[in-house]
Design a protein around this ligand. Structure first.
Ligand code: UD1
Ligand code: UDP
Length: 353
């Protein structure tokens, strides 16, 4: 099989790391990097640390409004697909790079394989929800990380080509956890001595009252909060002149190994990231999700994750409950045991036979 993979944002590099390696054992892959994320700490560091093959094409589109960014990616990917004529186009997750790759392929009648299909927040105000719904509806193979994802697709009438594979983020986490001995903890942090936070979701950064609510809560939390700051949030903070509470320590975005180390050593994680919610679960660290809904609902059912939105009282209460109560004892295998990449490649092998 000849596969063109389209990616461009931080979580996609992490998801591609295990799958590219497995795919290339038997098949040919060309990587297209749209340039959606371009800072060293948002892109190159993952290629370097995780052994992701260098992109064959760099579109260099960069930061733009949704229309210009997605449109320029669509045109750029189309040109490459016309030249490469692949058997498959592979896309990950729910970013503008995902939608552009899927749409370019579908219009050229090239089958689309979507990794992390079927996830839903049921909140159409999120750009990600629009990207993932549209991508799923033009995909021929839909790789679902969870049972919930399979049932979400069935609700929309999609059952053909749906494969429950487990989560490639579990593959990446399990593999790279074995390499932490070669990693130094950022700031020399001792495990258990801090809480870890990430904030980047548009609904939080672009709404001053939500961002203020989150920082108000952080100020009331007992403990040091380490915040590797997404560039989107850094820009908002700089432009708004917001005061960051004294117990919050902002650092630059970190590489994957440093992030996993930070996650495993945190007493509690506060995040609006999709990937970080799951990594908290993999690390058996309680998570307070700074959103009103989550696509990863099964983490809520186990008691390891709590939705607190941007409401200061709810956030503080959730943290205090985790600080005072024993950790949930129940850690079912929700995302697979590191075989999602193999499952995906074998489903692609079987397709149409
Ligand atoms: C994107 C995805 C989001 C995903 C996130 C992962 C969309 C619509 N959103 O959000 O689903 O969770 O990536 O991190 O695709 N910037 C830099 N340097 C960079 C990249 C971004 O400074 O290397 C700044 C720019 O000011 C840019 C802003 O961050 O305008 C937002 O970047 P963008 O890629 O548009 O969206 P994200 O918030 O990163
Ligand atoms: N991540 C990282 N360094 C950081 C912050 C996050 O390596 O400073 C990793 C994190 O471990 C997870 C992924 O980035 O694997 C999540 O990406 P992000 O939060 O940007 O996007 P989302 O998952 O919400 O789409």
């Amino acid at each position: 099989m000849r596969v063109v993979t389209v990616l461009g944002a931080r979580p996609q590099f992490i998801k591609a790391a295990p799958l590219s390696k497995t795919l290339r054992l038997k098949h040919t892959e060309k990587l297209v990097h749209t340039g959606q994320h371009y800072d060293h700490g948002m892109s190159d560091v993952f290629f370097e640390q995780m052994g992701i093959p260098a992109p064959d094409y760099m579109l260099g589109i960069g930061s733009k409004g949704h229309g210009a960014q997605t449109g320029e990616m669509l045109a750029g990917v189309e040109e490459i697909l016309l030249a490469e004529k692949p058997d498959w186009v592979l896309v990950y997750g729910d970013t503008n790079s995902t939608l552009a790759g899927a749409l370019a392929a579908a219009k050229l009648h090239i089958p689309v394989a979507h990794v992390e299909a079927g996830l839903r927040s049921f909140n159409k105000l999120m750009p990600e929800e629009i990207n993932r719904v549209l991508t799923d509806h033009v995909s021929s193979l839909l790789f679902c990380p969870t049972d919930q994802a399979v049932s979400n697709l069935a609700q929309e009438g999609i059952t053909k080509g749906v494969v429950r594979t487990g989560d490639v983020m579990a593959d990446a986490f399990l593999f790279h956890t074995g390499r932490l001995a070669e990693t130094r903890p950022p700031l020399g942090l001792e495990p258990g001595s801090y809480l870890l936070a990430t904030i980047h979701r548009a609904e939080n950064t672009d709404n001053p009252s939500r961002l203020q609510g989150i920082f108000k809560a952080f100020a009331e939390i007992t403990g040091r909060i380490v915040l590797p700051l997404h560039p989107r949030t850094r820009k908002v903070l700089e432009n708004s002149g917001a005061i960051v509470p004294a117990n919050v320590q902002i650092i630059e975005p970190v590489g994957y190994l440093e992030m996993v180390m930070l996650e495993k050593g945190a007493s509690i994680i506060l995040t609006d990231s999709g990937g970080v919610q799951k990594e908290a679960y993999f690390s058996q660290v309680p998570c307070v999700t700074l959103r009103d809904e989550t696509e990863w609902v099964e983490t809520l059912n186990t008691g390891w994750n709590v939705l607190a939105g941007a409401n200061p009282e709810k956030i503080v209460q959730a943290v205090e409950r985790f600080q005072q109560a024993p950790l949930p004892g129940y850690v079912p295998d929700l995302y697979g045991s590191g075989q999602a990449s193999e499952e995906i490649v074998s489903a692609m092998d079987r397709y149409g036979l």
